[in-house]
Design a protein around this ligand. Structure first.
Ligand SMILES: [Zn+2]
Length: 363
């Protein structure tokens, strides 16, 4: 069973207004799920719009991440209020929680991404974390969301940092899927890999212009947010579980195990993981082009103000046994690192990260 895309997608300016008639048909009593004060006004407006459609809408906020504590609390709110759908409006953690809860209660989920930081509005997947933000596992869901509303006016209100993070996460699709899945004899998987290559090329062309140019009359901005929020999800939908994530996400998952005072966004950590993956490919797979790819990515990442070392994510790997902890989690049995077509041992991770963090990264 493969769920390729949401049943209906609304995209562009005023996509939200356009989607209201269909939402009104689908649900009478939605729960609006969100998080954080930054999006509070926007979610209030969403609530007012729904009430104007005579829907009986109420709201709940996540306190932490997409974690079991929040999931069970929100489930209780839904049964107390008899909600018949979830409208998840926010970033990846909110969208993942909404999808997860909706599926476990057998009610439809409507995703309304409020930034371009993620393709979680599209996918049939939820990443579950502890309440401190440590990755636990990803959960494959039965289906993609019922409706995805990708309203550019909403995305415009997000901090530019979320766009940079979304670009790094979407770029990783090519580097991860091409190395794990290029030998799979399945036409759809091969097509998904090629879409992720075009996606990468477009982000290399448009990413910086989107980040620096603002959203007014800027086709690069429009193309980039749709690449991050829609196309990246499509690659996962067509490629399915065979179009795997690899080292970049495995290293991301390991880095989240170290609790830091300042939280970093998913794509910001994946970007660092991606540079490390390329170093591993160079070291273990004799990939002669890896160094060139790293240089190319570093140029863009610096322009996007993205972190390029684990140190810049607020973690000194040479303290508190952090390097060991990251290497252990990266190499655990269930880790995606083992989807790489060459064997990875803990000592490889220790070596590659230690060298990476010691070097002064120059372009
Ligand atoms: Zn990701």
């Amino acid at each position: 069973m493969q769920s390729i895309s949401p049943e209906t997608i609304y995209r562009g300016n005023y996509a939200w207004e356009e989607s209201l008639p269909q939402i009104t048909k689908l649900t009478k009593s939605p729960l609006i799920l969100g998080r954080g004060i930054h999006t509070k006004n926007l979610r209030n407006n969403i609530s007012i719009d729904l009430k104007n459609q005579t829907l009986n809408a109420n709201s709940a906020d996540l306190q932490f991440d997409c974690c079991y504590e929040d999931i069970s609390r929100v489930k209780n709110i839904i049964s107390d209020n008899n909600n018949d759908s979830i409208i998840a409006a926010g970033g990846g953690k909110v969208l993942d929680s909404g999808k997860y809860i909706a599926e476990s209660l057998n009610i439809p989920c409507i995703t309304v991404p409020l930034s371009a930081s993620t393709c979680a509005g599209w996918t049939a997947l939820s990443n579950v974390y502890t309440k401190d933000g440590q990755f636990i596992k990803d959960v494959a869901l039965r289906s993609c969301p019922k409706i995805l509303v990708y309203d550019h006016k909403f995305i415009q209100t997000a901090p530019s940092r979320t766009l940079a993070s979304g670009i790094a996460d979407a770029l990783a699709k090519w580097y991860e899927s091409s190395i794990t899945s290029s030998t799979i004899d399945d036409g759809l998987v091969q097509q998904a890999i090629q879409i992720s290559r075009v996606l990468r090329d477009q982000l290399l062309i448009d990413g910086e212009k989107a980040f620096k140019g603002g959203f007014e009359n800027n086709p690069s901005w429009r193309n980039t947010i749709e690449a991050c929020g829609l196309t990246a999800g499509l690659v996962g939908g067509i490629g399915g579980e065979k179009c795997r994530t690899a080292a970049a996400h495995a290293i991301h998952n390991a880095i989240t195990q170290i609790i830091t005072p300042n939280k970093f966004l998913h794509g910001e950590i994946v970007g660092v993981g991606l540079l490390l993956q390329l170093r591993l490919e160079e070291m273990k797979n004799n990939n002669k082009l890896a160094d060139q790819s790293i240089k190319q990515l570093l140029v863009l990442m610096k322009e996007l103000n993205l972190p390029t070392t684990i140190g810049q994510l607020g973690i000194n790997v040479f303290e508190n046994n952090n390097l060991e902890k990251i290497a252990d989690f990266t190499c655990r049995d269930k880790s995606e690192i083992h989807f790489l077509p060459f064997e990875i041992h803990k000592r490889d991770i220790l070596e590659v990260i230690a060298n990476f963090e010691k070097q002064k990264i120059k372009i």
